[in-house]
Design a protein around this ligand. Structure first.
Ligand code: PLP
Length: 361
């Protein structure tokens, strides 16, 4: 069996070794005669899987003790709604950095809840092709929300902004665990696991323990972060299978040298593709400004839209699916998350070169 190089934006490629372990253990988890999927979340066996995932995540991502780690469901989209509900208390004044479609969705959810949204920075003026570098931070904000990597546009914060006295709440959905994280200015970070860290269905939330007293009184129990914190994320049935796979991905991350190791790996992978783009900038029209480029999602257009389907067809024939760009940018997008091997990026870079040789005027 040969696996394709899957460049999809998410759900995305997983390390082959992780899938092999899942396959091996699927029917009979470590000699128990039962699949982990069939076991109670309150039993000893799943508890060990859960505890290990939490402690491995804390160690690998260097998460300080002031944070709780919660395992939730509903994806980042649910967090867009829960953040104002839980963190904006009675003050209802929050900052949002607008760097694209996902930031806008987060803003919408705050506005629905009558939060006074202060857009502290935006790159809307140029179809979100850059990360703003100046911020209009006002006093009295409950938090400043930002999207660390913009999956659709292919831009990424190269370093976290200094939010003044306010803490950052960060949607890390598409660059979670792809490089070391500086927790100094962070109040909360969250990510669906389906891009860098596992299958869809699990949302990891890392939250400052000081935040729980901001919850609004009329917040239903299941929508409170404090409920998940008090109950080890088991107030209701958690996504047990996803937590198990997430744990395996963490073990794989260890084998890659942790977050420093994976960062180097990701930099060298993305460079292979950006080098081709930079060698023919009149043919590969990169969407992101160079200083804002993402290591996770690489976006470009061809001078002629008609080339898009031709490129995609050739890529499919070479078993490289998932390269179609999002409609708001058009063109192509290569998602090269942690688990994309370097050989996959090399294969794509070679194909891009060959395609240019054939179609560049
Ligand atoms: C940066 C970012 N935020 C939020 C989302 C939405 O995530 P979900 O579908 O898990 O709700 C996505 C999905 O692609 C994303 O890339």
């Amino acid at each position: 069996m040969s696996r394709s190089y899957n460049f999809a934006a998410g759900p995305a490629t997983l390390p082959t070794g992780v899938l092999e372990t899942v396959q091996k253990e699927l029917l009979d988890y470590q000699g128990t005669g039962t699949s982990l999927m069939e076991m109670s979340h309150r039993g000893k066996i799943f508890d060990a899987v859960y505890q290990k995932a939490v402690s491995d995540l804390r160690r690998i991502a260097g998460i300080p003790e002031r944070f709780d780690i919660l395992f939730m469901t509903g994806g980042a989209s649910t967090q867009f709604a829960l953040i104002p509900l839980n963190l904006s208390g009675s003050n209802r004044k929050a900052g949002y950095i607008n760097t694209g479609a996902w930031s806008k969705k987060a803003i919408e959810q705050a506005k629905i809840q009558k939060v006074n949204v202060h857009e502290v920075a935006s790159s809307a003026d140029s179809n979100f092709n850059y990360i703003p570098d100046s911020f209009d931070i006002v006093d009295g904000l409950d938090y400043i929300h930002m999207t660390s990597n913009n999956t659709i546009f292919g831009t990424q914060f190269q370093k976290l902004p200094d939010p003044g006295g306010t803490k950052l709440v960060i949607d890390m959905s598409s660059d979670f665990l792809s490089k070391p994280i500086d927790w100094t200015h962070i109040g909360m970070a969250y990510a669906g696991t389906q891009k860098n860290a596992g299958p869809s269905g699990l949302t990891v939330v890392v939250i400052d323990k000081d935040y729980y007293d901001r919850e609004r009184e009329d917040t239903p129990t299941i929508f409170r972060y404090s409920t998940f914190a008090k109950n080890d994320s088991m107030y209701n049935t958690p996504p047990t299978f996803q937590i198990y796979v997430f744990g395996l991905v963490l073990e794989w991350l260890d084998s890659m040298g942790g977050l420093k190791g994976i960062q180097q790996h990701n930099e060298s992978k993305a460079a292979l593709i950006y080098d081709v783009i930079d060698s023919m900038p009149e043919f590969f029209l990169g969407h992101a400004r160079k200083d804002s480029r993402s290591l996770m999602n690489i976006t470009w257009n061809f001078p002629d839209k008609e080339l898009d389907p031709v490129f995609l067809k050739g890529a499919d024939e070479k078993r490289m699916p998932g390269l179609k760009g999002h409609r708001s940018v058009g063109g192509l997008r290569a998602s090269v998350y942690n688990a994309m091997p370097k050989e996959g990026c090399q294969a794509l870079a070679d194909y891009m070169q060959a395609f240019a040789g054939e179609h560049k005027k």
